[in-house]
Write a protein that binds this ligand. Structure first.
Ligand SMILES: *[C@@H]1O[C@H](CO)[C@@H](O)[C@H](O)[C@H]1NC(C)=O
Ligand SMILES: *[C@@H]1O[C@H](CO)[C@@H](O)[C@H](O)[C@H]1NC(C)=O
Length: 394
């Protein structure tokens, strides 16, 4: 910024590096017009330089970032959206009111006019940044499997249930398993306070990854893409990752057993939807207009409640996402990326391993599956305590 500003004062180009403006004006022999021009340029440069310093603040103080986001919000809308916690294929109950952002942050001199992607696409690709990160954990602990759990920022209760059940396991059949929660930014009332609590929670558990997009249901695809970017840059040494919703039950030893015999590359599995109809009813939660996707059916994709992938895939999927339309339905969007790559999702070796309809708890049933959704009101901690008791399962 500084350099280009000075470069415009042609005669004073030697001021660009390491010479103070005072010195430079002594050295330059300026005509009146040139001097006036120089002063104007200098003024502009100083102005932009000082605004720049203000812009850099979020790096030093993430709390500030949330308030910036809040200022940025013009015209809060009353749309109540589900938070970006669940899989896109099943409705969730925790609603948050998400204000609509009508403007993007822009670099000071030439603000780029904000263009909304509309209701069915998301703002991706986009360079999002991590507000809370654990950049070294994978490198240090070398996990075989990384569990990535999307959850809304305010949903501490869900995170604690996961931590005290399947998320608390770190060694399964001699394999290191590592868990992270994925969040965006909380918006609306109490956002600042929640951000403070998150920083505290992160200090305590070191398992939060937060990026600077607004966390809401319509932004789930962003969350997934940011997750893939994160896996690629911070965890590519692990063998597999599983994205799993926070309200699921997971039998980790069955999962690890399955993975020990799984392909090591181009592998994605879960409950694979095949020939899924594109919903054209405008009132449907997953409505997609024809202009956006004209085929009557989607390519095969593993349902978002829980899918597993080999860790060569994040990089490839992120690359592929640049060639598709980023539909707000997270798992469908990944299916489009897979199709672009020519990769077919793999069915699990056992049809009962992944369950979209809640399997009621029993030791026997849960010893035979990998993952299942659970009913909203099940006491997952109580079931877990029962499940890990010694003794026969069936
Ligand atoms: C999704 O996140 C982006 C980036 O933070 C934001 O601009 C957009 O408004 C969010 N979408 C919704 C529906 O809130
Ligand atoms: C999962 O089920 C198997 C039986 O197949 C059992 O041995 C294992 O301990 C289970 N539990 C967990 C916590 O993964």
């Amino acid at each position: 910024m500084l350099k280009t500003g000075f470069a415009k004062g042609r005669q004073c180009q030697d001021t660009v590096d390491g010479v103070t403006p005072a010195e430079s004006s002594r050295r330059c022999i300026c005509s009146r017009r040139h001097c006036l021009f120089f002063i104007l340029v200098l003024g502009a440069v100083l102005f932009f330089y000082s605004t720049d310093l203000k812009e850099m603040k979020p790096d030093w103080n993430p709390k500030w970032l949330t308030s910036f986001k809040k200022q940025d919000v013009i015209s809060p809308s009353t749309d109540s959206l589900n938070s970006a916690t669940g899989s896109s294929t099943f409705p969730r109950s925790d609603n948050i009111t998400s204000p609509k952002v009508t403007q993007q942050e822009a670099e000071p001199p030439a603000p780029v006019p904000y263009k909304s992607p509309g209701p069915y696409l998301v703002e991706y690709p986009w360079e999002y940044h991590f507000v809370i990160n654990e950049p070294k954990t994978c490198e240090q602990q070398k996990p075989f499997l990384v569990l990535m759990v999307p959850v809304a920022p305010h949903n501490r209760a869900h995170r604690d249930v996961v931590r005290s059940t399947w998320g608390g396991e770190s060694l399964v059949l001699d394999k290191v398993v590592k868990l992270f929660f994925l969040l965006g930014l909380q918006t609306g009332e109490g956002a600042e306070q929640i951000q403070e609590q998150l920083l505290q929670e992160s200090k305590e558990h070191r398992d939060l990854i937060q990026s600077d997009f607004l966390d809401c249901y319509k932004n789930l695809t962003i969350k997934t893409m940011v997750m893939l970017e994160w896996l690629d840059s911070h965890c590519s040494g692990a063998s597999y990752a599983m994205k799993i919703d926070s309200d699921m039950f997971l039998n980790l030893s069955n999962l690890v057993k399955m993975l020990l015999n799984a392909p090591k590359t181009n592998y994605m599995t879960g409950l694979v939807a095949r020939n899924a109809e594109v919903l054209r009813d405008k009132s449907s939660k997953w409505y997609v207009p024809e202009e956006l996707y004209s085929n009557p059916q989607y390519p095969p994709y593993p349902l978002g409640l829980g899918y597993v992938l080999s860790l060569d895939l994040p990089k490839k999927l992120v690359e592929a996402s640049r060639h598709i339309k980023p539909i707000y339905i997270e798992d469908v969007s990944l299916g489009l990326c897979l199709k672009h790559l020519g990769i077919n999702p793999t069915d699990p070796p056992n049809g009962g391993y992944f369950n979209v309809f809640p399997v009621p708890y029993s030791r026997c049933a849960y010893s035979r599956l990998v993952a299942t959704t659970t009913h909203e009101h099940t006491d997952r901690v109580r079931d877990w305590k029962d499940f890990i008791k010694p003794g026969p399962y069936c």
